[in-house]
Design a protein. Structure first.
Length: 224
């Protein structure tokens, strides 16, 4: 009886299994390093870093288990269907890293070592290029401005906007919950070149009819 798992015409012995899984793990670490270096925002998770590596390892082993057996593939799908994943992916970009780890594990597990290595290298080049170029970011002078304004305050804060902003637009107007004549307003504001944001906020703070002023930089994601 032959030892090892078969995939097509290949036979996976102990050394093959060790090499395939080691390669998958190493490439998983490589992908996780690029994730850490290019991550933006507040949703960083060490657990996600570990998940990328472990996914690559597990998928590599899964591909060797399946081999060329269709029955094993269906049995594995049935076995994995009992697992429920309830973790919410906070950053949509994280999904791409999970798929990259899956692809690396599949390529390594089926003996496509060159595909795994070159694919990871190309993926890393694109990730680095997109990160350095800050692709998809909004205008550096664009901000989300929120404040509570009393009734009739429109002319006063609009005058400040005209002095400091190149363009502004109202995004949301929310009435006060306590029934007072104040509204919570949200604006999309693009400041003029060279404008000091602190000075802009200070001018707004001097208006007696405004309160709870918050200025949010909208360089990556905007959620209001």
């Amino acid at each position: 009886m032959e030892s090892g798992l078969e995939f097509s015409t290949a036979v996976f012995g102990p050394l093959d299994v060790a090499f395939n899984m080691t390669l998958a793990g190493a490439l998983g670490i490589w992908i996780s390093v690029f994730y850490k270096r290019t991550h933006k925002g507040l949703s960083y998770s060490q657990s996600f870093m570990l998940t990328v590596i472990l996914v690559a390892l597990v998928v590599s082993m899964v591909m060797m288990v399946i081999g060329n057996s269709l029955a094993r593939a269906f049995a594995l799908v049935g076995a994995l269907s009992i697992i429920r994943f309830r973790t919410v992916v906070k950053d949509t970009k994280d999904t791409a890293y999970i798929f990259a780890a899956l692809a690396v594990g599949m390529a390594s597990g089926t003996g496509s070592h060159l595909l795994a290595i070159v694919g990871t290298a190309v993926f890393s080049v694109f990730v680095t290029g997109l990160h350095i170029s800050n692709y998809g970011a909004l205008i550096s002078s664009e901000f989300i401005l929120r404040f509570r304004a009393e009734s009739g305050a429109g002319p006063s804060y609009q005058a400040v906007f005209k002095d400091y902003a190149r363009r502004f637009s109202l995004l949301q107007s929310e009435p006060s919950a306590d029934g007072h004549a104040t509204n919570l307003l949200t604006f999309d504001v693009i400041l003029r070149k060279g404008v000091d944001t602190d000075e802009f906020v200070q001018r707004l703070n001097k208006l007696d009819q405004l309160s709870e002023i918050v200025l949010i930089a909208s360089k990556t994601d905007v959620d209001y």
